[in-house]
Design a protein. Sequence first.
Length: 267
Amino acid sequence: MKCWASRRSRLGVEEEKALKEKIDEALFGASLVSNQLFDLPEQPSAVPTVDIADASLNAAVLPEFERRLLAAIAREKGIRLSAAEFFVDRIESRLMNSRALDLTQTETVLHTEFILLARAGARENEYINRYSRRYKADFDLEGEVAQSARFAREATTAGLPKTGDFPVLISDEPLDHIFNPLVARASGRLKYNKMISSEIGKPVVDGGKAKGDSVTLWSNNLLKGALGSSRFDGYGTPAERVCLIRDNQLQSLQPPTNATPTICIFR
C-alpha cells in the first residue's frame, strides 16, 4: 500500500471511516484492471538533495505581488485587468509504504492566474495567463504582464492566416508542449498500461524513417527550482538524470509517476 502522510494529528473516527471507504473504492477499481502486479520499493540507500523550496516565502509576498501586477499593467497601453489570483504553497510531504519506505520532502510553489483585456475599436479580447514558479526571485510578474499584454493586443487584430507552405516559429509555452508526444513514447506508465509499443533500443518515430534532425531527450528531476523536480517520485524512487532517447533510439523508460523536466537536443 502507498500513502501520503502529513504532520497533522491522528485521524478521528469519521476520518478513519472515510479513509477506509476510499481504500475500498481504490481496491475495487484496481480489481477491474488486468495489469500485472508490481512490487513497491523499499527504503533506498540514498536520496538526492534537490533545492525546490524558498525559505524566504511568507504571507507578506501576496500584497507585494498585487502591487507589482497593478504597476506592470499600468505601464501597458490599452490594457486593463479583468481578474487576478495569487497562491503561495509550502508543501511538506512524507511518503511511507508497507515495506519500511519513509521519505520526506519540502517544496514551495508560487502561482498566479490573471486575465488582461485589450480593445481595438468595437473588438475586445482577453488573454489568460497561468504562471507558476518555486522561488520568489524567479517570479517574473513584470515580464509575464508585458508578454500577456502584447498577446491581448495582437488578438484584437489577428485573423486566420492564408493557406500555404511556410516556416512557423514556435516559442515559450507552445514550444514546451510540442515535445509531449516524444515524452509519451518514453513513458513507463504508458508502457505498463500497454498504451504504447516503444521498445528499448528501437526507433521512437515512424519506424526509423523520420526525416530531418535526430532527437536526444533527457529527463532530469534534479534541476534546481524546476517545477518538475523532486527528491523522489510518487512511489519512492529517487530522482535522477537519465537519457530517455538518443538519436531517435529509446534508451530507457521514464518512471511511471514522474512529471520531469525534459531537455531536447537536435542534431
